[in-house]
Design a binder for this molecule. Structure first.
Ligand code: TMP
Length: 266
């Protein structure tokens, strides 16, 4: 692997590929075969619907590897995901899906918008995992919606919702276990789900990414935050926090220093 591709900009290798979509943290390009896409992880960090922005050297590389790690594990236990294989430091090959326009949030411990909305102190364990749905629309700030809204406006069917809830709880169990094993508490996370068709048969699979951008991760011993709240709340180096997660999970060598140009285990 060429070390220089750590800092390659999307334009360098992707100029010949057609851009399909650009989000705040990732770009999607047409894939090599029909039904596939290339997902490129940028170093851009945004919060509060992009009102706060920065570039964090190495974030895209770390999230590409971390999302690969979680999606591969999920695939291995039979949770279907869009992930096919990692292509290089910043890109992975994925299945093209029709994204359900929902952000599905699973919470184990009160934090973030749940704490603000309901006045529950951050860190309060929840009696059971709570699933919330937000309507995926940046212009509206991804508002919280109920199952009633989802069904009435046709964003997903009742069967889809049942499948999404079952999928989310399996992801929660898997991720909670992965994190617990390395001394990290999975406080909450957000996933996105996509629809695919195999001939006439349609099903829902996990899409987007799983990374410290879309999870809250607290060190069990110290409570130290190891996720995007470090950026949202100006708590220190985001790259160091993500490197710590990657190192504990074995995605980075244990002895690697703070990374802006990570050395990655292959
Ligand atoms: P919240 O407490 O701000 O609603 O966030 C819940 C979880 O969802 C948290 O793990 C962060 C993640 N999240 C995203 O991945 N993208 C977003 O746009 C937001 C607001 C939260």
């Amino acid at each position: 692997m060429c070390p220089d591709d750590t800092h390659r900009s999307p334009g360098d290798s992707m100029a010949r590929r057609k851009k399909v979509y650009e989000g705040k943290a990732k770009i999607l390009y047409e894939g090599p075969e029909p039904g596939t896409l290339v997902q490129y992880f940028k170093d851009d960090a945004t919060a509060f619907n992009a009102q706060k922005k920065d570039v964090v050297d190495g974030k895209g590389v770390l999230n590409n590897r971390l999302s690969e790690f979680f999606m591969t594990g999920l695939n291995a236990i039979g949770v279907p995901t869009h992930f096919i294989r990692r292509l290089n430091m910043r890109e992975q090959l994925i299945r093209q899906v029709e994204i359900i326009p929902l952000e599905v949030v699973v919470r184990n411990v009160a934090a973030g918008s749940l704490s603000t909305r309901l006045g529950i102190e951050e860190g309060t364990p929840l009696p059971r995992p709570i699933i919330e749905f937000c309507y995926k629309d940046d212009k509206l700030g991804d508002p919280l919606v109920s199952e009633e809204h989802i069904l009435a406006f046709g964003w997903a069917s009742q069967q889809d919702l049942d499948d999404i809830i079952a999928l989310s709880l399996r992801v929660n169990d898997f991720l909670s276990g992965c994190m617990l094993a390395v001394g990290i508490k999975l406080v909450d996370f957000k996933i996105e789900v996509g629809r695919i068709w195999d001939n006439d048969y349609q099903r829902l699979i996990l899409a987007d990414e799983i990374s410290p951008d879309s999870c809250r991760l607290w060190d069990i011993e110290t409570g130290k935050k190891l996720d995007k709240d470090v950026f949202r709340r100006d708590l220190g180096s985001l790259a160091d926090a993500y490197t710590e997660v990657a190192r504990r999970l074995g995605v980075l060598p244990a002895n690697s220093g703070p990374v802006t140009r990570p050395t990655l285990i292959n």
